[in-house]
Ligand binder design. Structure first.
Ligand SMILES: Nc1nc2c(ncn2[C@@H]2O[C@H](COP(=O)(O)OP(=O)(O)OP(=O)(O)O)[C@@H](O)[C@H]2O)c(=O)[nH]1
Ligand SMILES: [Mg+2]
Length: 198
């Protein structure tokens, strides 16, 4: 899987800025600081395409990227980087502002083929659980990715991933991912291809 081009389209502050057209869309969502920007950069093998921020909770807009690859199953698609949710240090009113934007996108997009929910392997938050339950309730079963697995010792890995699986009430296995080592990249591409094809 080789990415040929990856270009930023725009940041959307409202639904009128979402894309029209027929390109399939793949969206990424997760708690702030879960490693979303790092995962997008590692997936696309583009350093710094999605900002890896040192200030958690910075990304509050829906960011769109146009991607082309050498894989016929995923030749052209749009990657959607959704705002991080649930960062405690951000005020409630600010959070109230962008949660509707996320829901409008996830509920309304006709081209959306897959939603990837990122969760941190060792931390199961109530909001992760709610997001996954909500996606199931609107008929968009997500692909769940467990981030930063390089931080887990081999001895704790199985137990931690099992706890995550049970804690989130998953039906499908989460994909273990590390942006540091590249683990999980092929598996995630395969999962995305499956969703885009069908
Ligand atoms: N060890 C390890 N650290 C990671 C990994 N992915 C991200 N990090 C670190 O986690 C922190 C947050 O990473 P980001 O990719 O900016 O996370 P984000 O979810 O985009 O964060 P916001 O956009 O600020 O909400 C950074 O310090 C990264 O270096 C990983 O796979 N392994
Ligand atoms: Mg980010």
């Amino acid at each position: 899987m080789k990415i040929l081009t990856a270009e930023f389209i725009r940041s959307c502050a409202g639904p009128e800025q979402f894309l029209q057209g027929d390109l399939p869309e793949v969206a990424f969502i997760g708690r702030s600081n879960v490693g979303k920007s790092s995962l997008i950069n590692s997936l696309l093998q583009r350093r710094g395409l999605a900002k890896v921020s040192r200030t958690p909770g910075k990304t509050r807009l829906v960011n769109l990227f146009r991607i082309t690859s050498d894989d016929p199953g995923l030749a052209r698609f749009v990657l959607v980087d959704l705002p991080g949710y649930g960062y405690a240090r951000v005020s409630k009113s600010l959070r109230a502002e962008w949660a509707p934007l996320i829901e409008q996108y996830l509920d309304g997009s006709e081209q959306l083929r897959a939603v990837v929910v990122l969760v941190e392997s060792r931390v199961v938050s109530e909001q992760d659980r709610e997001t996954i339950a909500w996606l199931l309730s609107v008929g968009r079963p997500p692909i769940v990715v467990a981030t930063k697995v390089d931080k887990l010792k081999m001895s704790e890995r199985i137990k931690t991933l099992r706890r995550l699986h049970e804690g989130l009430g998953l039906t499908e296995e989460a994909i273990p991912y590390s942006s540091t080592t590249g683990e999980g990249r092929d598996r995630l591409w395969a999962a995305l291809k499956e969703r885009i094809r069908t």
